[in-house]
Design a binder for this molecule. Structure first.
Ligand SMILES: [Mg+2]
Length: 410
């Protein structure tokens, strides 16, 4: 394989940084993003560097964080905004390479092997990317560089994040001086259980793992043991694949309703709207899915009155009515007639839609042409330009939502 240049870009204190970029009045204050400030409940989802200086840590209880820092500003999470900013950052990355793979909401892999002629050497590209992210979103990003994904990931976690330059290139030829002296738990893939096991057998550093025989590791952990040994040697052939994340997670859409819905008829209107949106997005990405899941919750999000169930479809689809038939059955089978306030549909096990089974019983070509035409109209004139008549009923939300928020995010 030709030598590659891979980046792992990580957003510093992502949720907190998004909030600070949006509100200059909190820019110089210690802030956390956390559950519910009024009720002092919940955990810290993100802390800005100023809050961290007080000892506040991610995932601790909010009341504990507030004890450590009296003037702590608590901001409620706005997940839809974070997803939007994350996608905005993906777009920036995509102007440097078409090989961008979101790894989590605040970490993305980039393969910039082919970008050198246009943008320069890896360190120059990294600086350009960091500058654009900072200018366009106000967020600091740290970049680990390596010849593959595990090296880029470990370069970021163990070095780029720890140093003020924010960029680190972890080279395979230097591992003995850079990576190997680090404690074993800094090896990508080693959790707390593995760490305890390694300590029991006298292995404390990554270098010691590298020097074990792969057979010893395989005997203990099977294929994962072999991967661990390869990781310690900086070996990893996995490609940066733009689709994997999406293909695994599927395409979902979710609505919180303005009031409790009580009847199957009302709920089905919403389910159809959700299926429409999920399928529209699947089609826009040329994907079809073969597993559908549906779920709902009541108004009191603290007590578990709801469910989430999935089923395998007869064949992959991105047709709203096909999806809706499955979703409708699935919902009816599991719904206990409790009031519904929040409801979602997800389509997963996605595949590219350029291969599909022609069915003898349905005219799929026509269905596809119709869906494509409707998608085109909506893309041009807005989601409310073409609605199913059912969405005009009182229980429908599509028209109102299209007008109010013009898409799927607030
Ligand atoms: Mg981060």
């Amino acid at each position: 394989m030709k030598s590659r240049i891979i980046f792992l870009a990580d957003m510093q204190s992502f949720f907190a940084s998004v909030e600070k970029a949006a509100d200059p009045t909190i820019r110089d204050k210690p802030i956390v993003v956390a559950g519910d400030p009024e009720r002092r409940s919940g955990v810290v989802l993100a802390a800005c560097p100023l809050a961290k200086a007080y000892g506040v840590t991610t995932a601790e209880a909010l009341w504990q964080a507030q004890q450590k820092c009296r003037q702590l500003v608590v901001v409620k999470p706005r997940m839809e905004t974070y997803i939007r900013v994350s996608l905005q950052i993906t777009r920036i990355f995509e102007s440097f390479t078409d090989l961008v793979e979101p790894y989590s909401i605040d970490e993305q892999f980039l393969d910039v092997t082919g970008s050198a002629a246009l943008f320069g050497d890896p360190l120059t590209i990294a600086e350009q990317i960091r500058e654009r992210v900072r200018l366009e979103t106000g967020i600091v990003c740290r970049i680990g560089i390596g010849e593959n994904k595990v090296l880029a990931k470990m370069a970021c976690d163990n070095f780029a994040k720890k140093q003020s330059q924010g960029v680190f290139w972890l080279k395979r030829s230097d591992l003995a001086e850079t990576l190997w002296p680090l404690p074993v738990e800094k090896l990508f893939g080693v959790g707390s259980r593995m760490k305890r096991h390694f300590h029991r057998i006298g292995v404390y550093t990554i270098g010691q793992v590298a020097k074990l025989s792969p057979a010893v590791l395989t005997r203990r952990w099977g294929v994962n043991g072999e991967i661990l040994w390869r990781t310690a040697h900086g070996l990893d052939d996995s490609p940066v694949s733009p689709r994997t994340h999406e293909l695994q997670k599927g395409i979902g859409h979710h609505m919180t309703l303005p009031r409790d819905y009580h009847t199957a008829a009302d709920i089905k209107v919403i389910l159809l709207e959700l299926c429409e949106e999920v399928c529209r997005r699947a089609r826009s990405k040329n994907l079809m899915g073969s597993v559908v899941s549906v779920g709902c919750r009541g108004a009191d999000f603290d007590t578990a009155t709801g469910f989430w169930r999935q089923m395998k479809l007869f064949e992959p689809t991105h047709d709203a009515m096909t999806l809706f038939q499955a979703v409708g059955h699935l919902f009816e089978r599991h719904w206990r007639h409790t009031p519904v306030r929040s409801i979602g549909v997800n389509l997963s096990q996605l595949i590219e839609d350029d291969t599909y089974q022609l069915s003898l019983f349905e005219d799929k070509q026509r269905q596809r042409a119709l869906a494509a035409a409707i998608d085109g109209i909506r893309a041009r004139y807005g989601n409310a330009a073409v609605l199913r008549a059912i969405s005009l009923l009182d229980s429908g939300q599509a028209r109102e939502r299209a007008r109010k928020i013009g898409g799927h995010y607030k």
